[in-house]
Design a protein around this ligand. Structure first.
Ligand SMILES: [Zn+2]
Length: 256
């Protein structure tokens, strides 16, 4: 049976990797059961395209924000620019923001731009989308201080870290990682420990396709492969996983 009501809570259709195929792929998603997409922004340079996609497609919502990988390119007035972009009616979150210690961007600058966006989210009353790569303790330190509503996307911490994030009222999302056996040990323990009412699904398209589609450009129509793993771990029907995760995503993003 084909799954319905899929909500991809984190995808990057503004990414240059989609090139000429961007509009063909997006236009085909509703027929494949994808009912909502949150197009997550990674830097100010692509933000206008993110906003334009929310205007072109009924089912696409957006966020605006600066990913830690792009902090060196970020202009001084980034918060003014983000505030302006966030006024667009289908921009429903700020992000992605946070720490990325896989790359070499100065950590103090990453923190300054992360905190700037947390302050803005608090002021605009928008949920935050958090990126944490190899920076769990620093990420938790900032999240604990602010305790804003939001999502730690592609949650990569351990079960102990998960409990802390859940205590602060946040949601976590899972992507194609959980279909790759080499990642499974910690990720599957974390998945098992995540209550369904705090769980979101995402592709992080065009990155991280499910294992069975290795080498392909990832898009939201690949969500069923991720849903399948979650359904197995949780002992649920796959459609239930779609319905619950979509309800959660609509709640946190404020989409009726
Ligand atoms: Zn992302």
């Amino acid at each position: 049976m084909k799954l319905q009501h899929l909500f991809d809570s984190h995808a990057h259709y503004e990414d240059a990797l989609f090139g000429e195929d961007r509009h063909r792929i997006l236009a085909g998603l509703p027929d494949q059961g994808v009912e909502w997409v949150l197009n997550c922004c990674s830097d100010l340079g692509v933000a206008p395209l993110v906003v334009a996609l929310t205007e072109q497609y009924d089912f696409v919502y957006g966020s605006v924000g600066v990913h830690p990988h792009w902090v060196l390119e970020t202009p001084e007035d980034y918060l003014d620019q983000l505030e302006r972009l966030a006024r667009s009616p289908k921009v429903v979150a700020l992000g992605e923001m946070g720490f990325d210690y896989f790359f070499d961007e100065p950590r103090d600058l990453q923190e300054r731009i992360f905190r700037g966006q947390m302050d803005l989210a608090q002021q605009l009353k928008l949920p935050v989308i958090i990126h944490d790569r190899e920076a769990h303790e620093d990420t938790y330190r900032v999240l604990e201080e602010y305790r804003l509503p939001g999502i730690v996307h592609r949650f990569s911490g351990n079960v102990e870290g998960l409990r802390r994030v859940l205590d602060w009222g946040m949601y976590v999302s899972f992507n194609g990682d959980i279909t790759w056996p080499e990642y499974n040990e910690t990720a599957l323990k974390v998945l098992a420990a995540t209550p369904m009412e705090r769980l979101l699904i995402e592709t992080d398209a065009p990155y991280m396709p499910p294992k069975v589609l290795e080498g392909q450009l990832c898009d939201s129509a690949m969500l069923p492969h991720i849903v399948e793993v979650i359904a197995q771990v949780k002992g649920l029907d796959p459609q239930e996983v779609c319905d619950i995760s979509a309800k959660n995503a609509r709640e946190i993003y404020g989409i009726n």
